[in-house]
Design a protein around this ligand. Sequence first.
Ligand code: PLP
Length: 357
Amino acid sequence: VFNFSAGPATLPIDVLEQVRNDLLDWNGSGMSVMEMSHRGKEFVAIAEQATADLKSLLGVPDNYSILWMQGGATGQFSAIPMNLLRGGSTADYVVTGSWGKKAIKEAGRFCTANTAARPVDDVFTHVPAREQWNLDPNAAYVHYTPNETIEGVEFPEVPDVGDVPLVADFSSTFLSRPIDVERFGLIYAGAQKNLGPAGVTIVIVRNDLLGQALPQTPTVLDYQQIAAADSMLNTPPCFAWYVCGLVLQWIKARGGLPAMAERNARKAGKLYDYIDGSGYYRNPVRPSDRSWMNVPFTLPDAGLDAAFLAGAGEIGLSTLKGHRSVGGMRASLYNAMPEAGVDALIDYMKEFARTNG
Ligand code: PLP
């Protein structure tokens, strides 16, 4: 089966096999990782290795902290204003899709969350031109969503926002290509797309932004306290952390993020080229802003959707239904989706168009 789910998403088969091998007895310890104390030497070694691998893969500079948190990216929608307002009362949000909408709404509970840019009528098919953003020089930070998972809108470049800390929800494009971490005050991502199982949320934050959380910030959301405790302030999601570590090693062994980027660009390019040339399927996103990870597309008639999905399911092309808010189809092509999966999808789409055109 090729699983095109937007998340939780497909994991590399080699990683799943390693998990199966380790399941009852990790590395001769006689224990499953699920049974280990998070303070024991075995788990601490697993956790430290995963953090070191993430740091080296992304090239995270020494003046940043890597935090392994819980509560999902959604938890960060609140944690970010609580930690980063730093005495300020406003933050800027660039909204390019459904997740950005949720992020700004949540931030509005803590501060004045300005809409710095947002397409007219919330038609999310492009990234608004940087010159049109209405940034407040006194904002505590600027938040954006590099890849909108539902609409399939991805920023081709990191926007320049001057000296105001840039905060980015990388959930659905994390580890899909290299990131210049130094351009950001904070990067966050739920794990369940390119990194591992649900339950872990990565936060990479520049150290000078720590230590100024609102007084009422819950301890489990206070970056400074989590950093000081090496992300073991309370019991972390140990098993998920361990699986993330295996995925990081898998990425390293395959040439790291430059290799992921090359493969991801090729996979997505193939699918968009087919869609655009088909005269049958359609993707509404401006070509320069199309996501490498999530490719939404529609059929000429929504009445054909059920037949398309049923036929796909029969040949093992799973979870292609688009998000309920946009309809149509969506193929998510995360790192673990092999090129053969994209080829199989395109072959099926061709055949479907031929017989239903
Ligand atoms: N942000 C983006 C871009 C996402 O794709 C998602 C989930 O799909 C979220 C936030 C919410 O993540 P979580 O379910 O981890 O809270």
